[in-house]
Design a protein around this ligand. Structure first.
Ligand code: GLA
Length: 379
């Protein structure tokens, strides 16, 4: 069972002897298609899921933030007027957001509370973005700042880039801030235009956690980003978003082999993502699934960010008769895959795919149907 508001109220009441003034929730996400396209100004199609970071809190009169983490069973605190980096840890995510909001001219108040989450860490479901957006929502609530979801997502991304030091794109924070129940969101990562697309009836979205966690992902991620920038420079455009498949095919022979494969992934993935949302809108689930399968092949062979465990999971999922399509999701190298399946056969899909994956790899996976939820909010 996903965490619920009463769990947070219970934790807060136990510590503070009274009910919290505010409870906020910000979800993790799963991306249906459009992988490694966000930092190329391209298109993504994620949904916010029923796994989230939650904070129950009350305002303080001073500048301190004091938080008990239910998951880590420890209290950490900081002064928003004297922010400084310390060794890595969950509290750094909260400090980073405080730093960004203040740097953007916002006047913040202190608060105290409890934090809990059920987005698995390092699984490619954006637990960091969920924590950042929950923190932003908490500060906005106690500091009387009007909630502008897109602006707050950009600040969340900035804190991840500059305080945490991870060079991510905008997708994770933006979907955590703007998700809509029952919908996936087509995001244009250049204009930040959002187009909600209803999830088709009779279709379940399944998260398939390989129970492997990525190593060295940051350096591989940054390397992919540089390769994309090199390809964009070759085509003399601002980002690979500006290169059409036709433009690419006319000139790709002149690119160095690895750069060429990286660019081919991004350019074809943008096209698949736009086609996928069109297919979803006309109820053509077979085509949506096919595009997801093609996305996986492209990520595996051209972008080289999959792993043996992810490939085994995707193959196990695709082999089930209820599966329309499956692919790795998130940055890659471990973590989760995503599948869309016939809803009335989802239970059998979950059981059979888990068994097949475990038999093949020896890892015990976590496979579950997820629902699309609203983005960061006071609840
Ligand atoms: C991570 C990053 C995102 C995006 C994905 C890959 O989740 O945080 O910005 O680049 O990888 O699509």
């Amino acid at each position: 069972m996903p965490l619920a508001k009463q769990d947070l109220v219970g934790h807060f009441t136990e510590r503070f002897g009274q009910a919290p003034a505010i409870v906020v929730r910000a979800p993790g996400r799963v991306n249906l298609i459009g992988e490694h396209t966000d930092y190329n100004d391209g298109f993504v199609l994620p949904l916010a899921i029923d796994r989230a970071a939650w904070i129950a809190l009350r305002p303080r009169r001073d500048c301190r933030v004091n938080v008990y983490s239910v998951d880590y069973q420890e209290v950490r605190e900081f002064d928003i007027a004297k922010l400084k980096h310390e060794k890595a840890g969950w509290i750094e995510y909260l400090k980073g957001v405080a730093w960004c909001l203040q740097d953007a001219g916002m006047q913040l108040h202190g608060w105290e509370g409890v934090l809990a989450g059920d987005v698995p860490l390092g699984a490619g479901l954006s637990s960091s973005a969920a924590l950042e957006m929950a923190t932003a929502r908490a500060f906005a609530a106690v500091s009387d700042i009007a909630w502008d979801a897109v602006a707050q997502a950009k600040l969340g991304q900035r804190s991840e880039n500059q305080w945490i030091g991870v060079n991510c794109g905008i997708m994770d924070q933006l979907i955590s801030a703007t998700g809509r129940a029952g919908h996936a969101m087509l995001i244009d990562c250049r204009s930040l235009e959002l187009q909600p697309a209803p999830l088709p009836k009779g279709v379940a979205v399944v998260v398939l956690d390989t129970a492997t966690r990525r190593g060295l992902v940051d350096s591989a991620y940054n390397e992919r980003r540089s390769q994309c920038e090199a390809a964009a420079a070759f085509f003399q455009v601002r980002a690979l978003r500006d290169v059409s498949v036709a433009m690419f095919e006319a000139m790709d022979g002149q690119l160095q082999a690895t750069t060429r494969r990286r660019a081919r992934h991004v350019i074809s993935e943008d096209e698949r993502t736009v086609q996928a949302v069109e297919a979803m809108r006309r109820g053509d689930i077979a085509t949506l699934g096919q595009l997801m399968n093609e996305s996986h092949v492209s990520l595996r062979d051209d972008y080289e960010v999959s792993s043996d465990a992810l490939n085994a999971m995707v193959e196990a999922a695709q082999a089930h008769k209820a599966c329309y399509g499956a692919r790795m999701t998130g940055a890659g190298f471990g973590g989760c895959a995503v599948a869309i399946v016939k809803a009335d056969e989802a239970d059998d899909f979950v059981a059979a795919t888990s068994r097949a994956y475990q038999a093949r790899t020896g890892n015990q996976p976590a496979v579950y149907v997820c629902t699309a939820t609203d983005g960061a909010a006071m609840v």
